[in-house]
Design a protein around this ligand. Structure first.
Ligand code: URP
Ligand code: ZN
Ligand code: ZN
Length: 460
């Protein structure tokens, strides 16, 4: 059935105007001043609302075997939560153990998402081991439509790569024309600091930050910049949390490295004092890199405003407090790292960014949708409102007022790190390729309708 959205104000990364949008066969087919409703079309009145392109979260974990447990969401629960919050596409990391075959891991992750996810999805291929066999499989995976790699410079002995593997990954990425996303922390320094703190009896979640101070993240970024410069590779720094690390990335940019920076909604709104909460409550806020000193928040708002920071993601990694986070009750290094935020990113970014005058509507759309589409080869299918684009649209009600709570969330986890925080605006309708998936905070779509988005390399 065709869909007609009338009377809304279209906002993209570069434009703002009032027009009607006609959607048919999953795509936007016409945008015009006044399109008459014709028989058979579903009509949505968007008077007083903004219409944004569907938001894209370029960094999520859904199926995630990690630190002796598994992240809590399924592709069904995560995609519903994403859609309720206005995110219509996510990019998940395929995260094989060092001993796993990359191709089997690709098929495993694809099998978990296909037929389960209600929104469209794609993957970054995690490089957690590099040898001749793995290299051949990475080449095959790129042919199958995964045109980005993900590496960890952290998590020594688990998912982290050696310098030799980092070199080989960036060399292959350059050759194939794919971008490499990287978690930047110096793994050896983290390990030493963890051992030192535990030996001093410092075992609570409040010590997590001390084991991964800003200098350790900055060193990770500097390390990546050195390798990327030498190899001419395109790189993307995930979850950048502190000024020191951002400065290293900017130095890399100035030296000619093709580098882009991502930050997360939690770094903009939460800080290290959350991980210091008593009675082990701080464990809810343990993630890596850690939540930082509050002074960093302004730096990242400024960076987002002027484009030094390209994207705002979530790094959604949900672990229950009552059971999973408690695995680290006597040793903070055993607390599963991660924070759930997939559902709340867009509304919090709108509330604290646009409504507080920190960013304008165009940078809001750009950082939460269009930049990710461009960097990861999805544009203009996603991240745009124009004829030919997928009809993933967010009809956004700026007059909505509400509060976030675990009691009302769709994310499958037993706490919300933003509990009680106000939101000023939320999607009233969300469409996935021309079908309504969300109305007024309720999922009304089809689980399993999401498509795997194959992406071409060499799109820069
Ligand atoms: O603490 C985090 N960030 N957990 C998820 C895995 C990762 O490092 O991205
Ligand atoms: Zn990470
Ligand atoms: Zn992550």
């Amino acid at each position: 059935m065709a869909l007609l959205i009338k009377n809304g104000e279209i906002i993209t990364a570069g434009e703002r105007y009032k027009a009607d949008i006609w959607c048919e066969n999953e795509t936007i087919t016409r945008i015009d001043k006044s399109i008459p409703a014709s028989a058979g079309a579903e009509v949505i009145d968007a008077e007083g609302k903004y219409i944004f392109p569907g938001f894209i979260d370029p960094h999520v974990h859904i199926y995630l075997p990690f630190m002796g447990t598994f992240a809590k969401d399924t592709h069904e629960t995560a995609s519903k939560a994403a859609l309720i919050g206005g995110t219509t596409t996510f990019i998940e990391m395929i995260c094989p153990a060092r001993t796993d075959d990359p191709l089997q891991a690709f098929e495993l992750w694809l099998g978990k998402a296909q037929g389960q996810s209600a929104c469209d999805f794609t993957f970054h291929m995690g490089v957690t081991r590099y040898d001749d066999k793995a290299e051949k499989e990475f080449m095959e995976i790129v042919k199958r439509g995964v045109s980005s790699f993900k590496i960890f410079l952290a998590y020594k002995g688990a998912l982290g790569v050696t310098d030799e593997e980092l070199y080989q990954t960036l060399r292959l990425a350059r050759k194939l024309g794919v971008i490499t996303t990287a978690h930047c922390e110096n793994a050896d320094l983290v390990l030493k600091l963890q051992q030192q703190l535990l030996a001093e009896g410092k075992v609570g979640p409040e010590w997590h930050h001390e084991s991964r101070p800003p200098i350790v993240e900055a060193e990770g970024v500097h390390h990546l910049m050195t390798f990327a410069k030498l190899l001419g590779a395109h790189v993307y720094i995930v979850h950048t949390s502190c000024e020191e690390a951002l400065r290293e990335a900017i130095k890399g940019k100035l030296a000619g490295v093709n580098v882009w920076v991502e930050t997360l909604i939690q770094y903009l709104l939460l800080d290290k004092t959350h991980a210091e909460l008593p009675a082990f409550e701080g464990a809810k806020f343990v993630m890596s890199p850690p939540l930082r000193d509050k002074r960093n928040q302004e730096v990242f708002w400024n960076g987002l405003r002027d484009g030094l920071v390209s994207t705002l993601a979530t790094d959604h990694a949900p672990f229950d407090f009552a059971t999973q986070k408690r695995m680290g009750e006597k040793d903070f290094t055993k607390i599963p790292n991660g924070i759930p935020s997939l559902e709340d990113r867009v509304n919090l970014f709108y509330t604290h960014g646009v409504n507080r005058g920190r960013i304008d509507l165009h940078r809001f759309v750009d950082a939460a949708s269009t930049q990710a589409a461009r960097l990861f080869g999805l544009f203009p299918r996603k991240g745009a409102i124009q004829p030919g684009s997928d009809a993933d649209l967010v009809v956004y009600d700026p007059a909505y007022r509400g509060n976030l709570s675990v009691k009302t969330q769709a994310m499958n986890v037993d706490y919300n790190p933003f509990e009680g925080m106000a939101i000023e605006g939320r999607p009233s309708v969300v469409t996935v390729r021309g079908e309504v998936a969300v109305r007024d905070g309720r999922f009304v779509g089809k689980p399993g309708r999401g498509k795997f988005l194959q992406r071409e390399p060499n799109h820069f």
